[in-house]
Write a protein that binds this ligand. Structure first.
Ligand code: AP5
Length: 215
């Protein structure tokens, strides 16, 4: 099973992928999380990716395809749920080539439909714990003590790319480079558009049903 979560920044890809992968025993593979960890650990990949990420630009395709190839080679799983990958047509074509080599293919693309104004609202309210990575959202998911992680008792941080200016650029980059993937997967009959402006539970139920129909 190989499914993809598509959608603009802040549309809820990570939130839904975490729940779905647990429920359906799939490996949640988030290129954003892999890159943020690489930046935090100061690896070669992190050093190369940081400037792109901080400004809301995409990391070059060859770096991303390299890290996906390594993960696919490791195998040993019932399936993958990709979150934030592919993000360009060359990445989608590269993924198709890699999957053909191992006798596999993309089975489903879940596309979260969320307006720009909702994206801006969600990302301006997003905070995370730098210690355990738990996320919070004002006003939807508040910590018990303002600005402090419930579990670790440390002050919450904001992602650098969640500043107003960078979010604007992330949306622009999404429209120019990622949105064309909707047509790419529609032509293959794999695209399912999901209304992403409902409760997290309602969206989850919808997506879980789509996965059940595909598995
Ligand atoms: P990445 O981490 O993938 O960022 P993104 O796609 O911009 O998505 P986000 O993580 O911001 O949002 P999300 O859709 O996961 O939403 P979330 O669930 O968190 O990438 C970051 C950067 O890395 C890129 O800009 C690029 O530089 C680089 N990169 C990554 N992958 C790459 C690739 N393949 N190629 C090249 N470069 C790459 O939700 C957002 C907020 O909304 C949360 O606070 C959440 O609690 C809240 N929320 C979620 N659902 C709901 C709901 N239904 N109602 C109300 N609030 C909600």
């Amino acid at each position: 099973m190989l499914a993809i979560m598509l959608g603009p920044p802040g549309s809820g890809k990570g939130t839904q992928a975490a729940k779905l992968s647990q429920e359906k025993s799939l490996v949640h593979l988030s290129t954003g999380d892999i890159l943020r960890n690489a930046v935090k650990d100061g690896t070669q990949l992190g050093l190369k990716a940081k400037t792109y990420m901080d400004s809301g630009e995409l990391v070059p395709d060859d770096l991303i395809l390299g890290l996906i190839k390594d993960r696919l080679k490791a195998g040993g799983t019932k399936g993958f749920l990709f979150d934030g990958f592919p993000r360009t047509i060359p990445q989608a074509e590269g993924l198709d080539r890699m999957l053909t080599e191992i006798g596999s293919r993309v089975r489903l693309v879940l596309d979260l439909d969320v307006s720009d104004s909702e994206v801006v609202k969600r990302l301006s309210g997003r905070y995370f714990c730098p210690s355990c990575q738990a996320t919070y959202n004002y006003p939807n998911k508040l910590p018990r003590r303002e600005g402090i992680c419930d579990k670790c008792n440390v002050p919450l941080s904001k992602r650098k790319d969640d500043s107003e200016e960078v979010v604007k650029n992330r949306l622009k980059v999404y429209k120019e480079q990622t949105q064309p993937l909707q047509d790419y997967y529609k032509r293959k009959g794999l695209l399912k558009t999901v209304d992403g402006e409902r409760t997290i539970d309602a969206i989850f139920a919808d997506m879980a049903l789509q996965l059940d129909r595909t598995i």
